[in-house]
Write a protein that binds this ligand. Structure first.
Ligand code: NAD
Length: 717
């Protein structure tokens, strides 16, 4: 006999054997999240269950396939005022709920058969046992540091007690999640079982617990201090501290706050550990960095949902077969990205040696993913079975999309397009990966310019998430929508950009790169320039970036962009000198820095001779001036890009730079950074450098924002 008690989000069913099944299924949502309404209902359910002394056990599960609980409701969290008593009340609510689950007078089991993140895992940690299912989407973790927070419902304390403080610290401070197998190896779940066996296994676990009293022990273990010795304590946390500093250079407070909460709380009873955690959590909520990171999270979500075109009736074409022209660095990367995600590719190159190298490069990426535990041998075999090669154009006849990535030479590309025309299906989409050539101009060489666009990947393709989809003057909405959908299908984040020199990212990047060279020629030390950029949060400095990109490639791209914006672009001489001397950067062993085998770049005394030839001064600007001068020309260009309608809104600019050049997400993006400074303050800063040239002159948009006291992103919460 079963008793069913209906409810909006949680269904409670008490089976004939006395085991209660509580199922979480948020209506009209793909995810379960722990917002206020869900919490209220769950509190009521748990209160009911606490009174039921007649029950044999509780099984908690989700009604959604591939999803346990996605976490707290970030949208709600973003609107909570940074008011300590309000935040504390929310923390205490979670604590009380989980404590009530831990006090239920019978064994409890949480069934995790999908994403179990953040507050969802903190809730699951309140159960005596966790069982993971075999669904491929099982992913378990506490990713709060990624949005500038730490777990606030006991995650730092309970996970430390369940899997040990060093492992808990590693996972929580990196915001990393684990799959079912790893969760079992860590002791985070009791076992992994086929999804359709979860309820039966949980029932057996409940019976076993009654006999062994394992649930009583599990509860005691969570309540008590871990009891690390002083040596264990200092060693474990020093290692994780080192990892955090290497990853964040100390620029992000949340990972360090999480580490402190674990380190200070693990040798205390749970009650006191929870207080330590709450003290660390409260000041982070509503902090500028948390707000920025949450904003970036929402911007990412928005891009993921963006079809790339305004007209809702436009549908992307189905893409089942892709052709890639060119098997070089980019061609191989693009082909690899497709076959890894299940899309068959024919890769074409007119040079058979290049084809062989391209295939080896695809294998190489897959092998490194296997070494990193992100793929299996079977994945490699499956991916390679989808890749074929040719030196001819004829096999492109059955392709839905062909992506061109041959040498950066307009004549070579357009000649290839002409040869391709009679072979391609008339409705096939043709996309060029060019970095610098006008899409609108190249479209003149193709029979169906409406089916032609740019699809600009970044190097290395396997690691860079951004794809700029470039709309030429005649590109159709359907072509844009098709390439946007394809980019998403291979795990990339597309941003639609109107055709213009440098597209989005390079156009905004070059004023910054140019300024680094201007500073250098005025006398600044190259390391000091790189330091200033990294202190701001860039993953590497501009001088080191020149060496990575290749000075010849950078010189060529700079030429295109600087020529197009000659009224304001700052030109310098140093690149030309170094390229002429064969110093091309990392790939030639020396550029601005020197690269002995395996070295990440050391100072090179030979650079002084080149600098002497081009230097126009000998001053070393202060760090603040360098930061201002690097980022302000970038910002003025970004406002031009917006005003010209190159992208559709400020989100595209900020996400393009975060994903394309590693602009620090904790600053929320370039435009959001300026919003936070205030546009009047930006104008004041610019005034200081206006004598240096028009690149420091405020744009009309900047003046208006300052005059009206408005910001580009509406303020929330
Ligand atoms: P690459 O020199 O590594 O590869 C180019 C390949 O094209 C070579 O294998 C060559 O044999 C082949 N090729 C030349 N002419 C051909 C033809 N007529 N038919 C067939 N194959 C031909 O170059 P890459 O770095 O991979 O760049 C390719 C494209 O991607 C360029 O347009 C470049 O601007 C763009 N791009 C490069 C980067 C980067 O960082 N390397 C980043 C973004 C975009």
């Amino acid at each position: 006999m079963t008793t069913a008690l209906g409810a909006a989000m949680f269904q409670l069913e008490v089976r004939g054997d006395g085991v209660a099944l509580l199922t979480f299924d948020q209506p009209e949502s793909r995810a379960n999240t722990l917002g206020q309404a869900a919490l209220t209902e769950l509190e009521r359910r748990v209160a009911e269950l606490s009174a039921r002394t007649d029950l044999r056990g509780l099984i908690f599960r989700s009604g959604k396939p591939g999803m346990f609980i996605a976490g707290a409701d970030l949208r709600e969290l973003a609107t909570i005022p940074p008011d300590p008593p309000v935040v504390r009340a929310l923390v205490q609510r979670g604590h009380a709920l989980i404590a009530a689950i831990e006090a239920l007078p019978y064994p409890t089991v949480a069934l995790i058969d999908g994403a179990c993140m953040g507050g969802g895992l903190e809730l699951a940690l309140g159960f005596d046992f966790r069982l993971a299912g075999s669904h491929p989407k099982v992913e378990i973790g506490l990713p709060e540091v990624k949005v500038g927070l730490i777990p606030g419902w006991g995650g730092t304390q309970r996970l430390s007690r369940i899997i040990g403080p060093p492992l808990a610290a590693e996972l929580i401070c990196a915001g990393e999640s684990v799959n079912a197998q790893r969760a079992r190896a860590l002791g985070l779940v009791f076992d992994v079982v086929p999804s359709d066996r979860l309820v039966d296994e949980a029932t057996r676990l409940i019976e076993w617990a009654w006999h062994s009293q394992a649930h009583v022990q599990a509860r005691a273990r969570k309540r008590l201090p871990v009891g690390l010795t002083e040596d264990q304590h200092s060693f474990a946390f020093a290692v994780v501290h080192g990892q955090i500093m290497a990853r964040t250079r100390g620029q992000l407070p949340a990972p360090l706050a999480a580490l402190n909460a674990i380190a200070q709380g693990c040798n205390l009873p749970l009650e006191e550990g929870l207080k330590v955690e709450a003290d660390a959590f409260v000041p982070l909520v509503g902090s500028p960095i948390a707000r920025n990171l949450i904003a970036v999270f929402f911007m990412t979500q928005r891009l993921q949902k963006d079809p790339g075109v305004a007209d809702p009736t436009v549908q992307p074409k189905k893409v089942e077969r892709v052709g890639v022209l060119g098997a070089g660095i980019m061609g191989a990367g693009i082909a690899g990205a497709h076959v890894r995600r299940g899309i068959p590719v024919i890769m074409m190159d007119n040079n058979p040696t290049a084809l062989a190298k391209g295939v080896a490069a695809v294998v190489g990426v897959l092998q490194s993913r296997i070494s990193a535990g992100k793929a299996t041998q079977a994945d490699l075999l499956a991916a390679m079975s989808r890749l074929s090669t040719t030196t001819l154009l004829t096999p492109m006849g059955d392709r839905d999309v062909v992506i061109e990535a041959v040498v950066e030479n307009e004549q070579v590309k357009t000649q290839l397009f002409r040869e391709l025309q009679p072979i391609l299906r008339p409705d096939a989409v043709l996309a060029s990966n060019t970095s610098t050539i006008s899409i609108t101009r190249m479209a003149e060489a193709v029979a169906h310019p409406e089916n032609f666009a740019g699809m600009h990947f970044f190097n290395p393709v396997d690691r860079m998430p951004l794809v700029e989809v470039i709309r030429g003057a005649k590109t159709s909405d359907q072509t844009v929508a098709t390439l946007v959908a394809l980019a998403k299908a291979i795990g990339k984040t597309p941003i639609v950009v109107r055709d213009s020199p440098g597209f989005l990212v390079n156009r905004i990047l070059f004023p910054y790169m140019n300024e680094a060279l201007a500073l250098l020629e005025e006398g600044a030390d190259p390391r000091a320039i790189d330091q200033a950029a990294m202190a701001f949060g860039m993953p590497m400095g501009p001088i080191a970036l020149y060496d990575v990109v290749g000075l010849d490639t950078a010189l060529y791209a700079a030429h295109v962009v600087n020529q197009a914006f000659a009224d304001r672009a700052k030109t310098t001489r140093i690149l030309q000198e170094l390229v002429a001397a064969g110093r091309l950067g990392q790939k030639s062993g020396a550029g601005f820095y020197h690269y002995a085998k395996g070295s990440r770049g050391s100072d090179d005394p030979a650079l002084a001779g080149f600098l002497q030839k081009v230097r126009v001064g000998s001053r070393s600007p202060a760090a603040e001036e360098m930061t201002d001068r690097l980022f302000l020309p970038m910002l003025t260009e970004a406002t031009r890009v917006l005003a010209e309608g190159i992208v559709r809104d400020p989100t595209d600019v900020d996400m393009g730079l975060i994903l394309g050049i590693g602009f620090p997400a904790f600053r929320g993006g370039l435009l959001r950074w300026a919003d936070a400074l205030g546009w009047s303050a930006v104008l004041q800063k610019l005034q200081r450098y206006e004598h240096l040239g028009p690149r420091f002159a405020p744009t009309e948009m900047m003046r208006q924002l300052a005059a009206t006291g408005t910001s580009l992103f509406p303020a929330k919460g």
